[in-house]
Design a protein around this ligand. Structure first.
Ligand SMILES: Cc1ncc(COP(=O)(O)O)c(C=O)c1O
Length: 338
């Protein structure tokens, strides 16, 4: 069976895990610090501008808290992992869920702008980055969970707003051992506020805090994955281009954005009116494909989210990950193209 998604873990991650276990220190320590600093280097920030956490949902929750989002309206797309709106709920923000732009998996920025909302969580869905330079007077949490490695005007995603967050779960661009998250910011004070919150014990005041720390075992695996990320990006691009050259109509950046925007190929999403036939056909050939973000919010509210509804109905996500072999890619193509 060809899986829809798979983490690409090897000997280096195994050795890193063994190194940490043998060191006798598996809690949050030097590996986490090194991972945070290497992450800063990757996105183009000085050391000390990142904090590693237990998962992406925690990163979102902490980002909202750091921006004092409790009691405030917070915009995010409906067409996305439910973690976003749950994180807003948990931090006592008020969710304002917005439709995607027509024929795009990304949030409709014009609506965000005109609703006059103080905070927005903006994901770069499926690795297609959005340029946020026109989004003024709104505090932005960039959700780069799908887009680590993507660039806007030559700069990494995650730096356009107040905070950038990433999930490092098993199926993301890189994983810190199955789960993990990272926050980055140009504003070091926001990072320090989050560190104070997750380092919860032995404090001199009674402020609310919670343990959302990453541990050294996760960080050591994450560091190896970060080193491999450039190769992962290349392999994902190769697979994406093979699909495109074969004639598959995949969601991609618009040609007008090509000058300024460099996507990463987190997902290969086929645009099609024959969704169920295609999933069935692929399954008959032992290939797993998926309908993404197909949950009650969109299916029960098609009028509120017409573009998202159309995206759910008219797309199929195909396998794309670094360890997918050329043979498997050819098989997928031959099933779909013949
Ligand atoms: C865009 C996005 N943000 C956040 C999350 C939540 O991350 P985690 O699963 O690490 O909590 C996900 C999860 O899939 C996601 O797709």
């Amino acid at each position: 069976m060809i899986s829809h998604n798979k983490p690409t873990l090897g000997l280096e991650e195994e050795e890193a895990a063994i190194r940490v276990i043998r060191s006798g220190w598996v809690a949050k320590g030097e590996e986490v610090k090194s991972f945070e600093n290497e992450f800063c280097n990757f996105v183009g920030l000085p050391k000390g501008h990142a904090v590693a956490v237990s998962n992406g949902t925690a990163a979102l929750y902490l980002a909202v808290l750091a921006l004092d989002g409790s009691g405030k309206k917070i915009a995010s797309p409906g067409y996305v992992c439910s973690a976003l709106r749950h994180a807003v709920d948990m931090s006592k923000g008020e969710n304002v869920l917005i439709d995607t732009e027509y024929d795009s998996p990304n949030i409709d920025l014009k609506t965000v702008y005109y609703k006059n909302i103080p905070i927005a969580i903006i994901p770069h869905t499926y690795g297609i980055p959005i340029n946020l330079s026109n989004l003024k007077k709104i505090m932005v949490i960039e959700d780069c969970s799908h887009a680590l490695g993507a660039k806007i005007n030559g700069k990494s995603v995650g730096l356009q707003g107040e905070l950038g967050i990433m999930s490092l779960a098993a199926t993301k661009m890189i994983t810190s051992g199955g789960s993990g998250g990272m926050l980055v910011s140009k504003n070091k004070q926001l990072i320090e506020k989050i560190i104070d919150y997750i380092e919860y014990d032995m404090k001199k005041d009674d402020n609310k805090r919670f343990n959302f720390q990453m541990n050294d075992l996760q960080a050591a695996i994450g560091r190896e994955q970060l080193r491999k990320l450039p190769d992962f990006l290349t392999r994902r691009e190769e697979i994406f281009q093979k699909y495109k050259i074969a004639g598959l109509d995949l969601l991609d950046i618009s040609p007008v954005d090509a000058q300024t925007i460099q996507p990463v190929r987190f997902r290969a999403v086929l645009k099609t009116k024959k969704q169920f036939e295609i999933i069935k056909l692929l399954k008959e050939h032992d290939i797993t494909s998926r309908v993404l973000n197909d949950e009650w919010l969109i299916s029960q509210n098609p009028k509120q989210f017409p573009n998202s509804f159309s995206m759910v109905q008219n797309s199929v996500s195909l396998p794309i990950y670094p360890s997918l072999s050329d043979e498997d890619v050819e098989k997928i193509i031959s099933v779909l193209v013949n």
